[in-house]
Ligand binder design. Sequence first.
Ligand code: C2E
Ligand code: CA
Ligand code: CA
Ligand code: CA
Length: 279
Amino acid sequence: SKKSGRDTFQFYDRMMSEGSLMDLTLLEDMRVGLESNQFFLEYQPQFDLQSGQLIGLEALARWNHPKKGRVPPSRFIPLAEESGLIGALGDWVLEEACRQVQRWNEKGYDPILMAVNVSQRQFSDVNLVKKVKETLQVHGVKPSAFEFEITESLLAESPQMAVAKLSELRAMGMKLAIDDFGTGYSSLSALRSFPLTRLKIDRTFIENAASDPGSQGIVRSIILLGRELGLNVIAEGVETNAQKEFLLRSGCVCGQGYLFGAPMGADEIVKLLARSPPA
Ligand code: C2E
Ligand code: CA
Ligand code: CA
Ligand code: CA
């Protein structure tokens, strides 16, 4: 559109004058890649640590660059966020995740939770709620089986806007998780004011949880905090049995990580869905 063209121009202009090291070539490639099917989603399974049952999936964006090969999200997400392209990328992720749920539904698999990451800028989009509502509806996705993962910093940035928007999403029936929890500075009272459903314990605390007492303390505190606030708690980055055992001993019953499965294509997920016993 004309407006996004102007935004882009202003962006380039600002970058040039600031002598930014931002990779404008990569940004242009991303724009092209979004239009030409170079992006796809992988899904990382989430499990009940006690029963081993599959309970959900996290959708993660992937980019297969024609010359560079796989570009990691740690490179293209910040670039998309800074340039504003995250709007288009985020819309595509939402759409594709819903299309995939619809495909699985049509094949007769019971719907399970689909979690999608939402960045700061995407969350600020005034049309976000409307977009989500429409996209879920078009693809026949139950809002109760759909989750947004947001960050603590996003809540801190503009708490009033966040409360209003999150309340609308909750009213639709959607689930709301705080990603990378423990790395920000949310106070107990601040957390209470947001209509959340889940805390995701950041990977860095899990990494050291089997050995380091400091990390163990933080993990236990988050689990207690979740219980106090009536929130589900899930651990990310679970790589070892020792970590899993520690989590179970501490009362965390949900986990995701390489121990159970790395992010994988939809075809691999089907095998898990087929194996999963009915709830
Ligand atoms: P995240 O949301 O914290 O996602 C978890 C990251 O940890 C993923 O990296 C995943 O592949 C990785 N991971 C999963 N299990 C393990 C484990 O056991 N050990 C270790 N070491 N790592 C594990 P990935 O896919 O490279 O994504 C990086 C980040 O990029 C994500 O962090 C998220 O913040 C962002 N991202 C990815 N896809 C999207 C998206 O569609 N939209 C937005 N806004 N951000 C996204
Ligand atoms: Ca996430
Ligand atoms: Ca995370
Ligand atoms: Ca992260």
